[in-house]
Design a protein around this ligand. Sequence first.
Ligand code: HEM
Length: 483
Amino acid sequence: LRKRGAIGKLPCPPGRHWFHGHAKQGPFDPGFKWLMDTVKTFPRIYTLWLGPVAPLPMLVHPDTIKPILNGTVKSKKSPLYDSMRDWIGEGLALSEGAKWKRNRRLLTRSFHLDVLRAYTPVSNDCVEILLDKLERSAAQDKPFNMYQGLVQCTFDVIQRTACSYKSDCQVEKPKQSESMGLVSACETLLWFIHERQFNNRLLLNPLIFRLSSNYGKYEKALQYVHDFATKMVKERMEEVSKKKEAGNPITKPRDFLDTLVMARDEDGSGLTIKEMVDEVNTFLFAGHETTATSSIWLLFFLAKHPQHQNKIRQEVDELLADRDSDTITFKDFGRLEYMTLAIKESMRMITAGALFSRTLLEPYTVDGVTLPEGTMVGLSFHQLHHNPTVWGDDHMEFKPSRFLPEDLSKMDPFCFAPFSAGARNCIGQQFALNEMKVFVARILRRFRLSLVAGEPDPIPTMTLVSKPKKPLFLKIESVHMKS
Ligand code: HEM
């Protein structure tokens, strides 16, 4: 009642039904029109009702989101995350308190610059397979299913970097290889998480979920990913200790798994097998669809706005002008300046992680209303990134120049948070940005991208990540054929 009383004082979008709340107005409908209209009228905080109970205050302005993200007001991940727990356990994304602090410290070493440097060739190798597919598509003058290509490519990268697992997951003819078992198991689990969070909230109740008709399929996929990760972890522990015994210890980690096995506290203790399994699953879960989705929107905007595409191609061509190979190196990332602006702008336009939530661990006074401890709040990043009071009335225009350093330095850092912000920001952000830069540089170096004539623009949908509603096909032309 205390919570309801406080939330009742917050602004509330009109037309709320006593039972359905705003649900029938389609707040999460594809295209996010409702969200965009609402942030125009309620640019700081408002209450979203998805039913007769459990209203959700939505934070949509840097001033209102900041205290949660920077920890001035203590909070924890909300119960909505529980649907991921079977898969990623107490991995970094879901753990809290002292356990999270310790693991974040241990895992930060997994994303050290030297480790990331070693992954650049992996992204280059994986994108070669995608480039071959694009070559065929260009030769046949057939539009290419870019989303599928990128999901497979990012999955290949994360498997190789997480545990040096090389698979044929990018090659068509699925279902025959073990790796496709892993891809489809991960896809099945992602589908269930989405279903429980967005479509059928009754299934968030563990008992009802267990009794549901599809539960067997879920259990099978879960078993698959756990067996896979456990096998990987145990084999690696054995290899590391055998090498140590033979007087030939591993000194430089080859992948994330090495960094996990070798991670040590000051007192010499490391992660348990269960903790490592949870982290491997967390990387597989958090590390590929997010990157694929962010890359697909970037390629879409570049296909739609050839002037930006050409500018990036020119930047890449200049970078590679005197080289024998198109390989992008770690040193190159800092020189892809215009590409970096375009990546930021496309992540603002469509933010892969559009909405997250937290439960307050202490009262939070916002715009004169005190929300008590235990209140669940929404961190609505898509609305933050389309808030006209922050980005201006042209927020729907794709303008990479918004992120020019001289303008960026005048902005509140909490205006733009595609990787979240503060202590619980994305640990993989630099990894993901590097991967995207390799993909885009290598693709644009060889191909010109355009939209398929007569096709409407793709529409983002609110799933776990904001992916296009329908598979996104792009027209591919070889740059050399045209010039
Ligand atoms: C463009 C790609 C990516 C985007 C947009 C993205 C976005 C995010 C966001 C918004 C969060 C905060 C989630 C929350 O508050 O609940 C997060 C957390 C996290 N991300 Fe990413 N991510 C990306 C790529 C990756 C990659 C490649 C990895 C791993 C290899 C990764 C691993 C994680 C982990 C472990 C967390 C939890 C961190 C913590 O709580 O300490 N992410 N990511």
